[in-house]
Design a protein around this ligand. Structure first.
Ligand SMILES: Nc1nc2c(ncn2[C@@H]2O[C@H](COP(=O)(O)OP(=O)(O)OP(=O)(O)O)[C@@H](O)[C@H]2O)c(=O)[nH]1
Length: 544
């Protein structure tokens, strides 16, 4: 067992201990409160019913989370009995009240509280334990095409032309990604069977990218059944293959998903936060709803998890508040609530909010549910701000990010470099080889830029074949060396169209982002680019 897992279990056990201690004090108070029903009438009786209902609701939602599912279920049954009494003016027979009071007296802590069930929070196999890319292909031309792409983009890879050899290598050290040409000398069926045998020996499936000439439903189905995460129909588009490969390999570098958790029950909130953090998510717990806007601005969550029943300000009210501000319209709001009544759930969703997760929930189910929603939210946010051909930031968004980086640079006194980059004689590429091939050239340059620059650098598609780069903490001299390297790599990247091989190049202009307006800085980089074009293209020019 890893140290962090032991640590998690100790922390969860501590929280559970505190919870059980708290219940030891709260249950007798709840029972005394129920006895009061006999003595109260009218408004005071009604207030007491509301108070009991809220306490039973909280107990129903939390007890299961802390390993007391029977107690949670009993509390839920009591809450349901009480529900019709919440209607103003209702008359409740004494026998019915007696039954509820008896049931509430039955709510007890088990004498021997079972050990806390270990949280089966799954952790993926660390990338460091795996080798880079393995390629299985016995066709020389295709192998060369893929190897060139892998070389240029700097992937570490090994090539195999026999299944037996790759099986041995995998047994020694499995790769992070396996690329397989299904049209090897065996039939695709045989090849797939061998891959399935290899996958069966792994503790977690190797991500698989398959190449084939077949594009029927049956072939796709068989592919996903052996663990394919990508399927490429020939003739192979290496740009697409590289983009998928990078997506897969950069999964471990992706910024963690950010979750804001709003719950007035601190113990529960801490428990959920621990579980989510253990699953690799960044969690901010907010117990003071009035601070929501400040927290949103500072934390920028991918998902907001909201309790429904909170004093002073309910979950749906808080959700409506969040939706008042345009900036947070796209952030999904999920209610994490012990509300099981479908109608109440719908009423909350109609006000604001997107989904319900019902408490109690197991740790794994919580992690999976939140992870899936955060991932989807990040994907959608990307679609809204990124260009569909290249996955780069769109014109308006890269300009916005430049302005932000310039502000940050003032605070940190670090230099920011701005690069304007344009593909040379691109009109000719389109005219000679067609628009689709032109698109491929643009996408390839985008991939190369993403791959060569740092995670913190920002790359945008400024215009058709024009790119704007923002490089934080980077002097213009360093930016020059970096862009020259990318320029040389791009100029060496072969493209193929109708059996013809051709090469492209780009020109670039660089300037330092000083304390001017972002538009002026872009203008300076553009003038440097113009000078690069006039001095023969395929070169980089520094502004000033
Ligand atoms: N395939 C493709 N072509 C595009 C896209 N956006 C713009 N273009 C084309 O890019 C070409 C740009 O041509 P010009 O601005 O004349 O520049 P150029 O031919 O690259 O020449 P220089 O920049 O002077 O080296 C035009 O033919 C546009 O139609 C795109 O998304 N896809």
């Amino acid at each position: 067992m890893t140290e962090s897992k032991i640590d998690l279990e100790q922390q969860l056990a501590q929280l559970r201990h505190t919870y059980v201690m708290r219940l030891g004090q709260e249950l007798p108070l709840l029972q005394q409160g129920a006895m009061l029903l006999y003595q109260l009438s009218d408004l005071a009786w009604h207030d007491q019913v509301q108070d009991l209902s809220a306490k039973l609701h909280t107990l129903a939602g939390s007890a299961g989370t802390f390993g007391l599912p029977e107690l949670g279920e009993q509390a839920r049954q009591c809450e349901l009995q009480l529900k019709p009494w919440l209607v103003p003016g209702v008359v409740v027979a004494t026998t019915e009240q007696q039954r509820l009071i008896d049931d509430i007296q039955q709510l007890k802590l088990p004498t021997a509280v079972a050990e806390y069930p270990t949280a089966p929070v799954t952790v993926e196999v660390a990338a460091a334990e795996r080798a880079g890319v393995y390629l299985l292909c016995d066709e020389p031309a295709l192998t060369e095409q893929i190897s060139t792409m892998l070389d240029i983009f700097g992937y570490s890879y090994r090539h195999f032309s026999r299944v037996d050899d790759i099986a041995q290598a995998i047994a020694h050290k499995p790769p992070e990604v396996l690329i397989v040409d299904l049209d090897m000398h065996q039939t695709p069926g045989q090849c797939l069977q061998r891959i399935a045998d290899l996958q069966a020996k792994q503790s977690s499936a190797i991500p698989l990218l398959l190449l084939s000439h077949q594009s029927d439903f049956d072939s796709y189905l068989k592919a996903i059944r052996v663990g394919a995460i990508g399927y490429f129909v020939k003739p192979l588009n290496t740009t697409e293959l590289e983009a998928r490969l990078r997506q897969q390999l950069s999964r471990n570098e992706r910024e963690p998903f950010r979750v804001m958790l709003v719950d007035d029950d601190q113990l529960l909130a801490e428990h959920y936060a621990l579980v989510l953090r253990q699953g690799g998510l960044l969690v901010e717990v907010l117990s003071e709803p009035a601070l929501i806007f400040e927290s949103l601005k500072q934390f920028h969550p991918d998902v907001i998890l909201l309790d429904v029943n909170m004093p002073f300000c309910s979950g749906p009210e808080l959700a409506q508040l969040v939706r008042l501000q345009q900036a947070w319209l796209g952030v999904p709001i999920i209610y994490l609530s012990s509300e099981t009544d479908g109608e109440q759930q719908l009423a909350a969703l109609i006000k604001a909010g997107d989904d319900f997760i019902t408490k109690p929930i197991t740790d794994t189910a919580l992690l999976v549910a939140v992870f899936a929603r955060a991932q989807r939210a990040r994907q959608l946010a990307d679609i809204m701000t990124r260009d569909s051909l290249t996955g780069l930031l769109q014109h308006a968004h890269i300009k916005e990010r430049l302005a932000l980086e310039m502000l940050r640079a003032v605070r940190s006194s670090q230099p920011v470099s701005v690069v304007m980059l344009d593909i040379d004689h691109f009109k000719k590429v389109n005219d000679n080889y067609g628009h689709l091939i032109g698109d491929q050239v643009i996408a390839n340059l985008a991939n190369l830029l993403k791959q060569q620059l740092r995670k913190t650098d920002l790359v945008g598609r400024y215009g058709g074949e024009e790119f704007l780069l923002v490089l934080p903490d980077c002097s213009v001299e360093r930016a020059f060396t970096l862009i020259e390297q990318v320029r040389e790599l791009f100029a060496a990247l072969p493209f193929t169209a109708a059996e013809q091989r051709f090469f492209c190049s780009f020109s670039a202009g660089i300037c330092a982002a000083t304390q001017e307006h972002a538009d002026l800085v872009i203008d300076k980089a553009d003038q440097a680019l113009y000078r690069a074009k006039s001095s023969g293209r395929n070169c980089t020019v520094l502004s000033g």
